[in-house]
Write a protein that binds this ligand. Structure first.
Ligand code: NDP
Length: 665
């Protein structure tokens, strides 16, 4: 297994923290803008690849009008883990409905050159243990992750009933039949006992409303709809960067050969921009990288996974152990850390961040462990970490002026931390030009140019690495109306902000599960773990309903209110107003009730997952109400019988839970 080559042990330099604080504030202040989130818009018809699917043709098919036990909307890892856990639990008829032409979600749409995962594959790629797959690299590239999504689909037999290239247009609860009706843009109208909704947080690409954007006559597309017909290359171009180490970058995959004589602009230097620049730098005639705020880019140290070493790791249940270990290693403690540093299996840039925090917190005597003291220690540690990241820029980038402009001046978690060993190096190429906008962003477009501070940069093509709509309400990003009990719309129920239990169960919307970030586990570096934990909870609730011989399950209003009250009393938003603006801190705008309601579980993801697991394993499902005997009374169907057996088996392994099994005498 490769190791992280960054020197994390170097003694910290003396820093003028007051001067740094002033610099951070100045950098934030010059980026604050009155239009906040509304500075962005969704893609218009002006962008290539917006209509249909740039990767797979849409095939004609007959509309579907049947019934399934469990339908899930979204075929990314949320839907796949939901399908997998429901299948393991014995649910026989499962249907995933997906807008893309295959499973994969973000990995289906994001095929840009250099696409890879920032979290190590052994914890990011779900169900490795179950499918028996060994990832090839410590940080897998997009195509391998996409293929793993397909593998899960095949392994759990989820293709058979799946509907691809299909957009749900409405979800309606039928109170008489206790069923959901799912309507789609392909003429489908089928029913389901239970529905899950997993749109993912990055499902709608956004672009800045730059004046003149529609007058630009050259080519334009968003990174999540990569136009290989224009650039040359194909999915394998993902391997054109990020495979090697700082000392020995590996170049592989189809070149973007149609860009050889082109002047290309990239707008955006977040996690995606950092990943595409190295490939474009290799292949474009001239590359102009338009930067509003630099990312902090730490060492990646990718490399192959050694099958022999993997064989030593992969004893039964290995991935669950790795996931637990990663979560414990990556989350800074919520109280005084233990005296010994826990073993760190993953050992990468993410776990290093928390390791550093724990090391610093160990210096604080337990009696002085106040929020103020902890805050001061963490701030000091952060100054040093960011100093190290800025020093890396100086060490890598030849031109001192360019290096200066590439330095991030903010706390590490104001922006998504990035890890790459070819991004900063790209700026040493003669064909690559950093256009720093000093926090202001691109000024405007003309017919042939991108304009910054009055200077025109003539380009043939503009690639927007400008991210995804994040702050808008979930029900808007879902893109279809959901009508629950009594004809109530989800948009009405959430008019003042999202309300749920565990971020998943919504009062007034029986037999419905929402799988997303807010109100539950953290927006951490390993989202798939959250999806899988949600999937287990969902499968248990489906089984719990069926095994009780009931047709409906719904969270009580009291339980939902108690959960939301607890969230509102929790920690304030962690990404504070002192940060440079971005989607992590609501673009620097104050948090209203709706944003505060979208906070995470205050005690953090380790505690959340533990609590949620105990909750579903108990079989009591406190806060949920079960009602309406299914036709045939308590004649439990075969799926739920198997599920019940599974729950019993799990619980029997854990004596704490044997008291409260569903159906226990
Ligand atoms: P981001 O929202 O993180 O970045 C958008 C970029 O566009 C920022 O650099 C932003 O600058 C810039 N920008 C916006 N408006 C303008 C403008 N008018 N002029 C110039 N620049 C502008 O989007 P990404 O696609 O990079 O990343 C989104 C998320 O996707 C990540 O946070 C991460 O969660 C995920 N991701 C995950 C990966 C993984 O490995 N798992 C890999 C890639 C992405 P500013 O910072 O000033 O706002």
């Amino acid at each position: 297994m490769p190791t992280d080559s960054s020197d994390q042990t170097a003694p910290p330099a003396e820093l003028d923290t007051e001067a740094l604080q002033r610099r951070y504030r100045a950098e934030r202040d010059k980026r604050l803008r009155p239009d906040g989130m509304s500075q962005y818009m969704r893609l218009t018809a002006r962008f290539a690849g917006l209509d249909g699917d740039p990767y797979l043709p849409v095939r004609d098919r007959e509309p579907v009008t049947d019934h399934v036990t469990f339908a899930f909307i979204g075929g990314g890892f949320a839907g796949l883990t939901a399908g997998a856990r429901a299948r393991e639990a014995g649910v026989e008829d499962i249907r995933i409905v997906e807008q893309g032409g295959d499973f994969g979600g973000v990995w289906y749409w994001n095929r840009y050159p250099g696409v890879m995962c920032d979290s190590t594959s052994l914890v990011y790629m779900p169900l490795l243990d179950e499918t028996g797959y060994i990832p090839t690299e410590k940080y897998a590239h997009g195509p391998e992750i996409l293929e793993h999504a397909r593998r899960i689909g095949r392994h759990y037999d989820l293709y058979d009933k799946a509907l691809f290239h299909t957009r749900v247009t409405a979800l309606d609860w039928d109170e008489n039949a206790s069923l959901w009706t799912v309507t789609t843009d392909r003429g489908d109208r089928f029913t389901a006992n239970f529905v899950g909704i997993g749109p993912g947080p990055l499902n709608i690409p956004k672009v800045p409303r730059i004046p003149g954007i529609d007058t630009f006559a050259g080519h334009m597309f968003h990174t999540s709809r990569w136009d290989f017909a224009y650039t040359g290359g194909d999915d394998s171009s993902a391997y054109r960067s990020g495979s090697g180490t700082e000392d020995s970058p590996v170049t592989a995959g189809a070149p973007l050969d149609k860009l050889n004589d082109k002047r290309v602009a990239v707008i955006g230097t977040g996690a995606t921009g950092v990943q595409i620049v190295p490939s474009l730098a290799k292949d474009a005639g001239e590359l102009f990288v338009f930067q509003r705020t630099p990312s902090g880019v730490d060492v990646r140290a990718n490399g192959p996974i050694d099958p022999e070493e993997f064989a030593r790791i992969a004893t039964p249940g290995w991935q669950k152990r790795w996931l637990d270990n990663f979560l414990e290693a990556v989350i800074p403690p919520f109280g005084p850390p233990g005296p010994d540093e826990p073993e760190d299996y993953v050992n990468d840039g993410w776990t290093e961040i928390a390791k550093r925090a724990r090391a610093n917190l160990r210096q604080v005597p337990p009696e002085e462990f106040t929020p103020e003291r902890v805050g001061a220690v963490m701030t000091e540690a952060d100054f040093h970490k960011m100093d190290q990241i800025r020093a890396r820029v100086d060490a890598v980038v030849d031109d001192p002026e360019t290096a200066e402009q590439l330095k991030p001046w903010y706390r590490q978690f104001c922006k998504r931390p990035c890890f790459h060993d070819e991004y900063l190096q790209s700026f040493n190429r003669p064909n690559v030009h950093l256009v720093d906008t000093d926090g202001k962003g691109v000024e405007r477009f003309t017919e042939h140019a991108v304009v910054v501070d009055g200077t025109k940069y003539e380009v043939d093509c503009v690639i927007f690495a400008s991210g995804f709509e994040y702050g808008s309400p979930l029900h808007e990003r879902m893109g279809y109306p959901v009508t629950g009990r009594g004809g109530q719309k989800l948009a009405e129920a959430w008019a003042d902000g999202m309300r749920s239990l565990h971020g998943m169960f919504v009062h007034g919307f029986p037999n419905m599960f929402v799988v997303q970030n807010p109100q539950g586990a953290y927006f951490g570096p390993n989202m798939t773990q959250g999806w899988d934990e949600a999937a287990k909870s969902m499968a248990a609730v489906v089984g719990g309903t069926l095994s009780r011989g009931q047709a409906e399950v719904e969270v009580t209003e009291e339980a939902q209110n108690a959960w939301c009250d607890m969230l509102l009393q929790g920690h304030p938003h962690v990404y504070d107003v002192e940060c440079t603006p971005g989607y992590y801190n609501n673009e620097g705008e104050p948090l209203g009730l709706a944003q505060r309601l979208e906070g995470p579980y205050p005690l953090g993801p380790v505690a959340f997952f533990r609590m949620a697991e105990e909750w579903w394993k108990s079989g009591e499902f406190e806060g949920l109400a079960f009602r309406r005997a299914r036709q045939g009374g308590d004649d439990v169907d075969s799926g739920s019988r198997q599920l019940l057996r599974e729950i019993r088996e799990v619980a029997e392994m854990d004596p704490l839970h044997t008291q409260a099994l569903p159906g226990s005498p």
